[in-house]
Design a protein around this ligand. Structure first.
Ligand code: MV4
Length: 446
């Protein structure tokens, strides 16, 4: 096992990683920016090193500074959390060249899944169901027309380097293809410095259902069930739940066994998430994430497994602590992402938290690095906490969640807590019949 882990992240996930290290008897090092000198995880970590100024580019994305921090503190491994360098294959290779272990997948798999067209091809070849689409990237307008005619309109043009919906354009008919192709390419170039695109059949009202998996270096791959992440706005997830309220056991079993088989054949290592769209009773793979995700706690609540501890164990070369038969699913969990934003306009609201009182009680978990007197800096993502609630049934979970939101006091800054309170009152949420566009349309109409 590692002696010391460097945490190359901030906020609630940095604190989450610190706690996992503490539970495993591993010392932690907080590598932080000047803006985060007063952060909770910096206070709690065994050591801390300032790696640069507030700008993420010069701190949390500064590879030489992070390597230097690991070397001067004698860390054996680096946990990148989510975002920042967590899916950067070059970072993975540089760590290895310095004799440091990345708590994450192999560089080759980070790279493979970072190219969405390659991920699609490889997982398709391994028997994962795909959305009908172009065989690979589309080079010319003729290629695009040919692919779109074969699969039928509407089609979606996607950037291979994509994510977050950038460089994604719908074409409803052949006449729109040239314009939308050019727009998608330009947006992809501006955002990712790569204008390669591919084409898929556009699904009009799917659910976003993802599968949590974990693999060790002995060839064992297990799954921890699915999360339904369909409640989103502008490609930002708002609320996630496990299990999905709409899946049958049969639909689950087929998907899970195929996913495990594919990742076993791939020789995958560490935590991973297979993202699927689900429409009319069918699953279609879209992307694979090679990191621990924001919403991992809902899976932890229904399985009782500490996924970050498992991630650290397998990175250190230990065997997974669970075989598939040891993983049991109990009840229902929902996570509400709490952002320092106006609940109406979603404009970020950094500033000082004057009063902080998190909810508690059985089945209630709060992952947040906030405290009374903490100043939320304006430089980073606006998510300041997650409220995760478990119940024996979905109904019990929603009741408990509603009470916990009422209990939650964050004063001095506006947060999205009222948005969640309103969301829970909606009939479409209560009956679980929403799709990925539902929240956005609700907010436009209201
Ligand atoms: C799709 C789709 C419909 N059809 N692919 C959006 C971001 C990227 N990760 C994948 N995305 C989508 N891919 C096909 N073939 C609709 C979306 C999509 C979406 C997916 C998941 C969660 C929220 C979404 C919001 C808008 C569009």
């Amino acid at each position: 096992m590692f002696n010391k882990v460097l945490i190359a992240n901030r906020g609630e996930i940095a604190l989450r990683i610190h706690r996992a290290c503490r539970d495993l008897g591993i010392a932690s090092v907080a590598a932080h920016s000047t803006a985060d000198a007063e952060a909770m995880h910096v206070r709690l970590a065994d050591e801390s090193v300032c790696i640069g100024p507030a700008s993420a580019k010069e701190s949390y994305l500064n590879i030489p500074a992070i390597i230097a921090a690991a070397e001067v503190t004698g860390a054996d491994a680096v946990h990148p959390g989510y975002g920042f360098l967590s899916e950067n294959a070059e970072f993975a290779r540089i760590l290895e060249a310095h004799g440091l272990t990345l708590i994450g997948p192999k560089a080759e798999h980070i790279e493979m899944m970072g190219d969405k067209a390659t991920a699609r091809r490889v997982l398709g070849e391994l028997g994962i169901p795909l959305v009908p689409g172009s065989p690979g990237i589309v080079q010319t307008l003729d290629d695009a027309v040919e692919a779109a005619d074969a699969i039928g309109y509407p089609v979606l043009i996607k950037a291979v380097a994509g994510g977050g919906g950038k460089g994604m354009k719908v074409a409803h008919m052949r006449e729109q293809l040239e314009t939308e192709l050019a727009l998608a390419r330009r947006e992809a170039m501006e955002n990712f410095g790569n204008d390669k695109v591919y084409i898929e059949k556009y699904l009009s009202g799917p659910r976003h259902i993802e599968l949590q998996i974990m693999a060790d270096s002995f060839g064992n791959v297990v799954h921890f069930g699915e999360r339904d992440c369909s409640i989103q706005r502008r490609h930002q997830k708002v609320l996630e739940e496990a299990p999905s309220p709409i899946l049958s056991t049969d639909e689950r079993d087929v998907l899970f066994s195929r996913s495990i088989k594919a990742l076993t054949q791939l020789g995958y290592l560490g935590a991973g998430t297979l993202e699927y769209l689900f429409e009319d009773g069918e699953f279609y793979f879209i992307e694979m994430n090679t990191r621990i995700q924001v919403e991992h706690p809902v899976t932890e609540m229904v399985t009782g497994v500490d996924l970050v501890c498992e991630q650290i164990r397998v990175a250190a070369g230990s065997e997974l602590s669970y075989s598939q038969e040891d993983i049991h699913f109990r009840g229902h969990a929902i996570e509400c992402r709490i952002n320092a934003e106006s609940p109406e306009t979603f404009i970020p609201t950094p500033g000082t938290v004057t009063e902080y009182h998190p909810p508690g009680g059985g089945g209630v978990r709060v992952d947040s690095a906030l405290y009374s007197g903490y100043r939320v800096p304006p430089f980073y993502d606006s998510m300041v906490g997650k409220l995760i609630v478990h119940g024996a049934t979905r109904e019990e979970c929603i009741e408990r969640l509603s009470g916990s939101l009422k209990e939650f006091v964050i004063e001095g800054i506006e947060t999205t807590i009222p948005l969640h309170q309103n969301l829970l009152q909606e009939r479409k949420f209560a009956d679980g019949s929403y799709d990925i566009h539902w929240l956005e349309r609700l907010m436009e109409s209201g």
